[in-house]
Design a protein around this ligand. Structure first.
Ligand code: LUZ
Ligand code: MOS
Length: 774
């Protein structure tokens, strides 16, 4: 791992930087994380008499419920009640984009793991025992597990969508090379360390407070209100932090919170519902598997003149976020390349898997894998290195994306050039070649992976946020925003923004929990946009307060407001320190009855998108970068290690270097895992086979690069990014796609007969088969 990241817990304890003014800052949660003191849902103090609950879910992937016998379970000592759809006072409906998903199954079940009932008892142990006593009779119906089969049978979530630029049909006529092919990328389990969960408690007059491990507090509030038939003001949702989300809690934290609230509504008692790992893996959706086909056309000089792709998205049994994820696949179908003629189509196919959902990248990676496969296939057939085709087609300033946005602030070529020179690509290439010439049982492979990721929710109306700032009369500051801390460090960034703007010490600022009664009607913390949207709102609120405080100082010091400045907690007038400190200024403002609270709202300017034309300017800006990935494959065993992953990444002007580097490393490793080892497996009967960490392998310390180097690309950033510090959450995941192609190249070096396959993940078994395929 990168040197600047490797600190021991002891260093964290010694680190006083968070208390110092102006010094760089570590994640403000690191201290309580290391000491095990950070609070999650399961750490909430429970009221006396709190009930615990377990979900009873479908043991079949598709069928009609003939009969359910709850009587034995209900009679078990300690069981309070079992709730089903019949107990829902409002709507049995949790679908956000399309109303096609019941909270509890009624007559039919559509996926293995679909919630049917909630068993509430005096302990979780008893609830689990009761679950085993429920007898269900299901008349089985045909099960569809793949997108292709769903398409053949006409099972869709919604109508297909296409993005079109130029005219591919005409352009293919001018191409010197045309290649077609098919690709598959599998799903991916989010595997947040903290499983899904919620704690609901009754307040006065029938109101309910829900503590939820959700990326979307408003989604939980709105859905709980819908299911209970409540006005939203009767539901309060509070989030301290998440032990990871990765998209898995953008929409799918909601059902558990709503179930707990439903039980609280009926029992007038607190109810806790925390899934264990097995239940979580079985019941929740994952990254969407995609079956795709493409046609790519190039000129003699390797320019991609035309590209067509059809993406079959395995959406699962309900829409969930699938339409939005499908849309992002189209937005990223040409990655960081300019292609003048594009036709891409996405079809959301309804299958009998749990509804697949958001996962870091949100359909973007699936789209990018296909064009990278098309390029690799073209290169192999033409007999050039794929990097030649990649390089020849990198996006340039003022190029048009297939969705009509004109690219500006483009860093595709810059990051490509930088990666080549900084890391001496020619030397790396020579080393790989020399190694391969001198070894027969191990082979190395190399791939370059450029990325381009659009920043903003693709759904324009979601791009806004609010912040609420209190300055307390002792000069300390409390901040609420819609941002949910899920390990990404957004609270640290919010703290930096306020401390910097007021010029006060970090310890004077506290970031409050995310709560719907303080900041309402929020978008989820997602789309890499949380720091941008909430940070901009926070900046606005702090600026308004600062102006107000400057007016107070101007009056107190009897000087014009323009001459006032606050630096390091001292008020300066005309560049000279006055005897007003931050604290006395706040005290003065209080005596003068000046409002020390501000609420601000930020909505991203400029962006727009017209769905009827599929054209517009949906993104505030794009993030770029390029990675070089080298791997060594053990040609006896089919195993591989990544020797080095070397990245040049466009941070803009990073406001929190340590946090941003952590995001790049974490996302990269997650991307490599998706492409190489994480293999979701469902049986033909729709049962999840990779249902434990013994059968679902994620990267560990030993499976990832011996070295990860990340060099920041010095760019001006974007005014649309918070303090010009570009969004960093999702884009680096897509560097991991390069890992797939590095392995392909190593296999090819061993087995000249090998025909490239584009079927991810490239697990050691597949590598072994490929090494010896003919
Ligand atoms: N969530 C969402 C996202 O609702 N819309 C998006 O565009 C998005 N993009 C990335 C990740 N989550
Ligand atoms: Mo997301 S994939 O919840 O940003």
């Amino acid at each position: 791992m990168h040197k600047s990241r490797s600190h021991t817990p002891l260093d964290v304890l010694k680190d006083k930087s968070a208390l110092a003014l102006k010094e760089s800052i570590k994640n403000i949660d690191s201290y309580t994380h290391v000491r095990g003191e950070s609070l999650y849902v399961d750490d909430v103090n429970v009221r006396e008499g709190t009930y615990y609950s377990v979900v009873f879910d479908s043991p079949k992937a598709h069928g009609r419920i003939i009969n359910i016998d709850y009587s034995k379970a209900e009679k078990l000592g300690g069981v309070a009640r079992i709730f089903t759809y019949k107990d829902i006072p409002g709507e049995n409906q949790i679908g956000g984009i399309i109303p096609d998903e019941p909270l509890f199954a009624e007559g039919e079940v559509h996926f293995w793991g679909q919630p049917i009932a909630l068993i509430v008892a005096s302990s979780e142990f008893i609830a689990r025992q009761a679950r085993r006593l429920i007898q269900i009779e299901i008349e089985e119906l045909p099960v569809i597990t793949t997108a292709k089969e769903a398409k053949e049978k006409g099972k869709f979530i919604n109508a297909p969508r296409s993005f079109i630029l130029g005219n591919t049909e005409k352009a293919f006529k001018d191409c010197d090379y045309i290649f077609e092919g098919e690709t598959f990328s599998n799903g991916q389990e989010q595997l947040y360390i903290e499983a899904q969960g919620a704690y609901a408690e009754p307040l006065e007059n029938g109101s309910i407070k829900i503590t939820s491990s959700t990326q979307g507090p408003t989604a939980v509030q709105k859905t709980a209100a819908r299911v209970l038939g409540f006005p939203m003001h009767k539901i309060e949702v509070d989030v301290t932090r998440l032990g990871g989300g990765f998209g898995g809690k953008e929409d799918q934290a909601t059902p558990w919170a709503v179930m707990a609230a439903l039980a609280t509504y009926h029992l007038n008692q607190s109810v806790k519902l925390i899934l264990n790992r097995h239940d979580d893996l079985r019941m929740t959706g994952k990254r969407h598997p995609y079956e795709s086909s493409y046609k790519i056309g190039l000129s003699k000089d390797l320019k991609i003149l035309a590209y067509e792709a059809e993406f079959l998205q395995n959406s699962g049994a309900a829409a969930d976020l699938s339409p939005a994820i499908a849309e992002r696949t189209l937005f990223h179908a040409t990655n960081s390349y300019f292609v003048p003629n594009v036709k891409s189509t996405v079809i959301s196919c309804k299958t009998n898997l749990p509804p697949n959902t958001a996962f870091r990248g949100f359909g973007g990676p699936q789209g990018m894998f296909v064009i990278e496969s098309a390029i690799a296939n073209a290169a192999a057939n033409i007999g050039v290195s794929p990097s030649k085709i990649q390089e020849a087609n990198l996006l340039g300033e003022n190029d048009e994306f297939s969705y009509g946005q004109i690219a500006t602030g483009v860093e595709a070529k810059n990051s490509w050039k930088a990666v080549k020179s900084i890391y001496n690509l020619e030397q790396i290439e020579r080393e790989v070649e020399d190694f391969n010439n001198s070894h027969s049982d191990f082979k190395k492979g190399l791939a370059l992976m450029p990325i381009c990721f659009g920043i903003s929710f693709t759904n324009t109306p979601m791009n806004h946020a609010r912040a609420l700032v209190h300055i307390y009369q002792d000069g300390s500051v409390g901040i609420s925003t819609a941002a949910v801390e899920m390990g990404q460090g957004v609270n640290t960034k919010m703290l930096q923004i306020a401390a910097q703007l007021f010029s006060i010490a970090h310890h004077k600022v506290k970031i409050e929990t995310t709560n719907t009664t303080r900041v309402a009607n929020t978008s989820p913390s997602a789309a890499s946009s949380t720091a941008d949207l909430n940070g901009k709102a926070l900046l606005k609120a702090c600026k308004a307060l600062l102006e107000r405080l400057k007016a107070v100082a101007s009056e107190a010091l009897n000087t014009a407001i323009e001459t006032i400045e606050i630096k390091d907690e001292i008020v300066y007038a005309n560049g000279k320190a006055s005897d007003l400190s931050w604290n006395t200024l706040i005290g003065t403002a209080m005596l003068k009855r000046v409002a020390l609270t501000e609420n601000a709202h930020y909505a991203t300017p400029v962006i727009r998108f017209d769905k009827s034309k599929e054209k517009g300017h949906p993104f505030a800006y794009h993030v770029y970068g390029t990675a070089i990935i080298t791997t060594t494959v053990d040609c006896t065993r089919g195993t591989y290690v990544f020797d080095a992953i070397k990245i040049v990444h466009d941070y803009g002007k990073s406001m929190s270097k340590g946090i941003d580097l952590g995001q790049v490393e974490g996302a990269l490793v997650q991307g490599v895992g998706w492409m190489t080892m994480e293999e979701i497996a469902y049986g033909e009967d729709g049962r999840l086979l990779s249902n434990a960490l013994s059968t679902y392998k994620v990267p560990d310390m030993f499976s990832i690069a011996k070295t990860i180097d990340v060099v920041p690309l010095e760019t001006t950033g974007s005014d649309m990014a918070i303090l010009k510090s570009k969004a960093v959450g999702e884009p680096p995941l897509m560097y991991g796609i390069g890992a797939y192609f590095a392995i392909q190249n190593a296999i090819k070096a061993f087995n000249p007969n090998y025909k490239l396959k584009f079927h991810a993940p490239m697990t050691p078994e597949k590598v072994l088969m490929s090494l010896y395929s003919r």
